[in-house]
Design a protein around this ligand. Sequence first.
Ligand SMILES: [Zn+2]
Length: 94
Amino acid sequence: MKQWLLDILQCPICRNDKLSLKTIEVNGDEIVWGVILCDACKRWFPIINSIPHMLPDEFRKNEDKEFAERVSKLLEGITLELRPPRYKISDDIR
Ligand SMILES: [Zn+2]
């Protein structure tokens, strides 16, 4: 996805439209791998192969687990939990 898309995306849980982005892999101006974070309800949403997966909790699938395992070491200070899919920021970088 492109960076500008973040400005029009909304959290499917709480409708917050101020979302944060952590990029993991970029290719030019394309974000290939990354995580979208909702500061309001603390949900996280994966960007997998350039596609943002902005799904409500009940539609989230096993790809979440694979994604979290794959990227956990690359996200400094951020822990991705699965049920519910919330993130935590460790104290040392808060
Ligand atoms: Zn939210």
